[in-house]
Write a protein that binds this ligand. Structure first.
Ligand SMILES: Cc1cc2nc3c(=O)[nH]c(=O)nc-3n(C[C@H](O)[C@H](O)[C@H](O)COP(=O)(O)OP(=O)(O)OC[C@H]3O[C@@H](n4cnc5c(N)ncnc54)[C@H](O)[C@@H]3O)c2cc1C
Length: 454
């Protein structure tokens, strides 16, 4: 049935202003696509509103910088929210808080508003159980609070958009943006690339690196409607082996075999081999593979006794990706720097996590030596040979093993805050990030609640 909607006069005038014609209730548009809209120039453009980028944008705006945040997806938070890795860590090490600031505040506010609880940080985690100090949050609520904080800080938010070209000249970036029904151009003094894949760095023609075989990703979901204590586990083992042989199940679908997977209710217990998010095509394939895996698991379990009430309790919209591109930076954090707790001369933030490299069998985290707290230098956030450009988040300059720990959320948030301060000061002073006096960056970071190493 075709329903025509009649619009009130005021609505018709509004539609006229958008270049559309309204005849009663049917809207038609026949003009050729308009030239790209010229957006007002800004001090700081943050690309990627994920774990790091959200914090970078809020911080830059709170420093008084006019700030635009461009996010390709529908909400803020990236891997923390859309991919459902809603257990950020680690903010504490060896009995003290080593990362605080805007990210930590948002995490605490999310916990409080949802009536959840923070872990007891006064007690060290049990050996090998660093995750006991990760904070369980409601990802969707975190996204809402992050968005509110960004808007209150004055960040101009542009979701569903991404840059298609960037060019640096005369001390400014000219950026072409595309999105749903929009094409625009923007001039920015500074860019902070928080895309997780160093997408702007690539557009600028600067060097990135990646492994030939990257770590697997994970589609976060949770199954319910069964009671492990009531299952015939031996029979299940047998059925699982047969399903593996026949190809109805793949090894990466259920980490830890059927028993480990069921005990975890499937949560963070599968792998998507080769997961990549650095192009639309690769990201589409990664998401499809994640959902196909879930469907294989559901169809297999449905046939087994004890799963009559099997149900999907949560299912994220995107497969989480652990590893893609890292920048070739002015300085690289190496694994010996990380495990040795090196305090870089230009350190702006702490980081703390076991070395955490996943492979097809899972992960065996390697805890840091007692008392060590690694640091993140400014020069690892600056692409080599660049001007007026920084990154924050998992794509920082680092070797693979160091990156497997540096990439985590508390560290990404701390990098975001450090990059936000540096970019705002750089814009204010007409400098490139490496030229901004370190003392001024550190003072501003402390004023905004961050923990600065040393
Ligand atoms: C399965 C899994 C488990 C993990 N476990 C933990 C854990 O237990 N604890 C922990 O702390 N960390 C964990 N991590 C790591 C951590 O979650 C990520 O490394 C971190 O969130 C990455 O942050 P980011 O800001 O670099 O990227 P993201 O949070 O992914 O943000 C990137 C953002 O940029 C946007 N974007 C991308 N390209 C463009 C573009 N061209 N234009 C505009 N926007 C763009 C994306 O939509 C996204 O919003 C895990 C990761 C995964 C995948």
């Amino acid at each position: 049935m075709n329903t025509r909607i009649t619009l009130p006069t005021s609505r018709r005038k509004f539609i006229g202003g958008l270049g559309l014609a309204s005849t009663g209730g049917l809207i038609t548009a026949s003009e050729p696509a308009a030239a790209p809209a010229k957006l007002p120039a800004v001090d700081v453009l943050v690309v990627g509103g994920g774990t790091a980028g959200t914090i970078a944008a809020i911080q830059a705006a709170r420093m008084g910088a006019s700030t635009v945040l461009v996010e390709a997806g529908s909400q803020l938070g990236g891997t923390t929210t859309t991919a459902g890795v809603d257990f950020p860590g680690l903010f504490h090490a060896w009995g003290r808080q080593i990362i605080a600031g805007i990210g930590w505040d948002l995490v605490v506010r999310t916990v409080e508003l949802n009536g959840d609880k923070l872990p007891d940080f006064s007690r060290p985690p049990a050996p090998g159980k660093h995750w006991q100090h990760q904070v369980r949050i409601c990802g969707a609520l975190y996204a809402a609070l992050a968005e509110e904080a960004a808007l209150q800080s004055g960040v101009r938010l542009r979701c569903y958009e991404f840059p298609t070209a960037v060019e640096f000249g005369a001390g400014r970036w000219r950026v072409s943006l595309a999105g749903k029904g929009t094409a625009s151009e923007l001039v920015a003094s500074q860019i902070v690339d928080c895309t997780g894949n160093a997408a702007v760095v690539a557009l600028a023609g600067l060097a990135r690196q990646r492994e030939a075989v990257v770590q697997p990703g994970t589609l976060i979901y949770k199954l319910g409607g069964y009671d492990v204590s009531q299952l015939d586990l031996k029979a299940l083992d047998q059925a699982y082996r047969q399903a593996l042989q026949s190809g109805h199940i793949q090894a990466a679908d259920m980490l830890g075999g059927v028993r480990g997977f069921l005990a975890a209710h499937g949560e963070n217990a599968m792998h998507v081999p080769g997961a990549d998010s650095s192009t639309s095509a690769a990201h589409t394939e990664t998401n499809v593979k994640g959902r196909q895996s879930l469907l294989r698991v559901l169809r297999f379990l449905r046939l087994q006794p004890g799963f009559e009430n099997l149900r999907v309790e949560r299912l994220q919209a995107e497969t989480g990706v652990r590893e893609t591109w890292r920048i070739v930076a002015e300085a690289e954090v190496r694994v010996a720097d990380y495990t040795g707790g090196r305090i870089f001369a230009d350190a702006l933030a702490n980081s703390f996590y076991p070395i955490d490299l996943h492979d097809e069998h899972g992960v065996k985290p390697r805890p840091l030596p007692e008392g060590k707290v690694p640091t993140i230098p400014r020069s690892a956030l600056v692409p080599k040979g660049s001007r007026n450009l920084m990154v924050a988040g998992r794509c920082l300059g680092s070797d693979r093993l160091a990156n497997s720990a540096l990439r985590v959320q508390a560290s990404s948030m701390a990098m975001g805050q450090a990059a936000g301060v540096t970019a705002a000061l750089a814009a204010q002073k007409g400098l490139s990030p490496l030229q901004v006096p370190l003392a001024e960056i550190r003072t501003a970071l402390k004023r905004h609640g961050a923990v600065v190493p040393g």
